[in-house]
Design a protein around this ligand. Sequence first.
Ligand SMILES: [Zn+2]
Length: 496
Amino acid sequence: MKLALLGIYHETNTFSRVPADYKAFEIYRYSQIRDEYLDSQTTNAGFLQISEEEDIDVVPLIFAITGPIGTITAEAFDLLTKEMMSLLTQNGPWDGILLSLHGAAVSEDYPDADGEITKRVRNLVGPEVVVGLSLDMHANISQEMADNVNVITVYRTNPHLDPKIRAFECAELVAKTVKGEINPVVWLETPPMLINIVKQFTDEEPMKSIMDNLQKTLYSPKILHGSVAEGYPYADVEEMGMSFISIADGDLSSAKQASKWMAEKAWHLRENFIGDTPSPEEALSYADKNYTGISEGPYVLMDVGDNIGAGSSADSTHMLNAAVKLGIRGYLQTLCDPDSVSLCESAGMGSTLTVSVGGKTDNMHGEPITVKGIVRTLSDGKFEDARPTHGGFKYFDGGPTAVLDTENGHTLILTSLRCGNTSREQMYSVGVSPEEYRVVVAKGVVSPRPAYQPIAKEIILVNTPGVTTSDLTFFNYHRRRLNLYPFDPTVSYNTK
Ligand SMILES: [Zn+2]
């Protein structure tokens, strides 16, 4: 049995002004995919795993990935999809295709870029070839995606700790279908609801109940597999929102019933999915007042408006500005600011300098703030983490990095690349122990949890402005469904 592995992986924040052009993508071809991903916990690792365990040849062809930034340019989408199709043609024929997509990709020409990819693959390989698709839990799943593949699996954890497991299940279902052991049929149910990013942690309510309901449907012998996608509220597209998938063996009515049952349960909880988070001043004051010392650890404040993992600029100063004004000491955060890193490098380790940091990408993430400090460390910004991380990634690169200890009692880790706060090695690798701080700011919502939950006294989500703010009234949506909760609180959902 011969299966192709390929994909474009992009979570598109359509409100971000940083375009995903061709050069923004890291492109892996053939054995480079195995070299990069085999010992990770990613989707690609799960797809590759099936060839280790069964007599199946998984042929990695091309995988293109870039951090969650703005819309994919028409040129990048065209070049990447053309190469995908030509590699599929050159290396075929295939028994099956394993598609490694995110599910919230948007290109200039195709708002449903993932749907377009599944359509092109289906048109190329024809109806007989089995196509499996494994998606991120933030996918905005369209009917087009469901119609063009035989199997869809989605991560079941946010933070994402299970991409490899879910992709392996996808490959297993594809293999069984190729062997003629099963006949998977997919029902996609999309109730008209969008859930706030601050309510997407799967270990806490209301998501916990949603995931428990999924588990209940899986007990049914008729159901082969099932998924919940939380959706991605920063991709302004028609299919934006939550969705439910059930896969049954030949019996579409069972799949439909299971998906609708899960969707209806979620619909009744819709009011619980609205964001309700404190301001920077409220969160910082609370943390400062309740801090009890190093034994219980720092307060970790999530800078939701500057969620690097969701496409933000990584240089927001809204939290830092409030910390300066309130005189909070023992405060640690990262800022992407290549110019300030260069100034620190020129000054040299141990020297004192005054720099204007952050707030330089756009007008949504605060103003630059002038600070005076001592350069503690300079580094190349590369680090690796063997602990569990969001998405299963192991290698990280913040680009040239400088640690600045300011006279306000703040430590700023200045990076040259946008690098999420999903690993504590980001701090340890430059000689900083986050455990020793009063307040640690992590730019994100859920993705920093695996790194910071173990050391945090408490994690608080903070309502900061920015391109990933939890306040969805901040954005002008043009393409979303008109009848969508919570934008339209009176919308009804016909479950029949
Ligand atoms: Zn995600």
